[in-house]
Design a protein around this ligand. Sequence first.
Ligand SMILES: [Zn+2]
Length: 700
Amino acid sequence: MTTRRKFIQSLPAAGTAFAIAGHLVVGEGAATAHDPAPVKGHFHPKGKAPSKFTVDILKQAKTSLPFADKRDFEEQKKGLIATMKDLKIKADAGHVVWDMERFQFLGKQDEFDSIHPSLLRQSVLNNNYGLYEVIPGIYQVRGFDLSDITFVRGKTGWIVIDPLVSAEPVRAAWKLFQEHIGNGLPVSAVIYSHSHADHWGGVRGIVNEADVRSGKIPVIAPRNFMEHTIAENVYAGNAMNRRLFYQYGLLLPASPYGYVGQGLGQAVSSGAVGLIAPNRLIEKEMEEIVVDGVRMIFQDTPNTEAPTEMNTYIPDMKALWMAENVIASLHNIYTLRGAPVRNPLNWSKYISQALHLFGMEAEVMFASHHWPRWGNARIQEVLRAQRDLYAHMNNQVLHLANQGVTINEIHNVYKLPKSILSNWNCRGYHGSPEHNSRGVIQRFLGFWDCNPTNLIPLPQSESAILFVEMMGGAGKILDRGRELYDQGKYLLAQEILNKLVQAEPQNQIAKDLLADVFEQIGYQQENPGLRNSFLAAAYELRSGIPQGQTADSSSPDVIRAMSTELFLNFLGIRMDSRKAEGLRFTINLVTPDNGEKFLIELENATLTNIKGFQADKPDLTLTINRSDLEQTMMGAKTLEAQITEGTAKVKGDISILKKLAVTMVDFDPRFEIMPGTKAQSQKIGHDDPYKAIARKAIAE
Ligand SMILES: [Zn+2]
């Protein structure tokens, strides 16, 4: 079976053998007055150089940004103990799971005319790679993954905070740490600051599960941790995984014309993801406990950067850990891969609480991404700026919304104050003011701008045909599109060219011109998510969506973390209701080993379940231990095999399971986003309809 990683690695991203998916359709009047030549050194044969308009915009940014403030560079390199000689981390199987070599080009030039100078600065800062002292007793390995791993000296060993995305980088970090500082002492505790996968996925690289189960090693996490680790990305998981190709530019090679980092860190490692459930939850709003001899105050900060998250203060070291609530960037209130919009006011208030409880005396502040801040004045400066950043975004966006500015206009109207923007740590390397401001309106008012035209709009493909006709056909649109391109009016150009591509998905000339337009807009972005999204769309318009087998790469641990209710809810989403018309039945599901019961009903072409209830006269009763059900959820053993072997017991009409199986659909993670980019549909067959397909746990 091909994993998603293998699928991505098999792509011709290195610049050879591009399969052009769409057919070349020569539009009427395909005049070629404008035809910028492909640029040498670009990873794509159709790739273009930045235009003079793009170059001017980037030059302008360079002069207007606070480059004189170099404190981030000093802080980033402070305390360096050792770099790692090898810039690549390999898995046991031999494939590369982490590669910093591909980002070395960033440090070779002071500027690139295809990278926003602010984004370049952030990516150069993220090019750090090694073991650092935060203060004596606290160390970080940075640049081994999207996130940082932290080691705090305990009485008997090392307290590990946030073990990265996958096991291989964690093992490499631990090795480097032990070579210089660790003194051979073991891991004595683990802390997960929050539920996103880049803060726990590598735990198996450093801890044996048996030691956690026996209680020898405490694994501490905020309350409701397990409920949220994967819940955030199961229901819409396939869509989120597809959207990651845009936000994280998964098909783009590292290049001045492509991927230049992710703002939070350079990339996401692709090793083995595992999850060991915590054995100690922080249940109170504020809880002080002694962890391996170290006094720690945990500040619960739910519904901020993650649904469940906590900051930690170590009073005896005057060290403040801000998890992912305060990093060297504006974070996502709305995240482009798709997620429920976060609560910026809550976020701001918890930063404020941390400032007043701990920030008045803290002497060092560190986090799960980027680099620490030293000295109380600097800590207060950053905390105050970050507090105001999220509060301003909430307040001013709603201020404008209350005066009639809609979700479709807010990004053009809302501006952060200059005093906030002059802090490098408040600039948009993850969230952007543009997509965050729209997110705030979405949170409070939803998608509708209150113009009835936008209430029940036609499909774009349908309305675009009329637009194209009214504009005088493809030839005229292409001519005007080229003119706008030549004038540097890219946002106007995309409006009309998108209409043409929507109306004529096979018009490759239109797709190529729209790709050229997207590429320039991409080069101009400070925010890597926006840059990647435009460049990813350009890639797919030029080359089509890569074909090949895909499969989910979710780890057994991640499947185990899925509650039975979540699994059943997701079956309801996977069911194609059109195939279930007329079916009607009830199933009692009993999982004796954990004492759970569910009533599952199919009625009105809708699959529902309710926990704790049973039907008096079910059509079928299925009794299976949760531990056995997990085998089916993981795809290790079909439900049919479990019934044959007797690990699952059935009473009643067993044919129901087959009928239900027929309605289940596997989601293809390569669905089309831009029209005409999918060459052919490839059915991914699966032989186990009751396998849980959680897709990849999402890091952020
Ligand atoms: Zn993170």
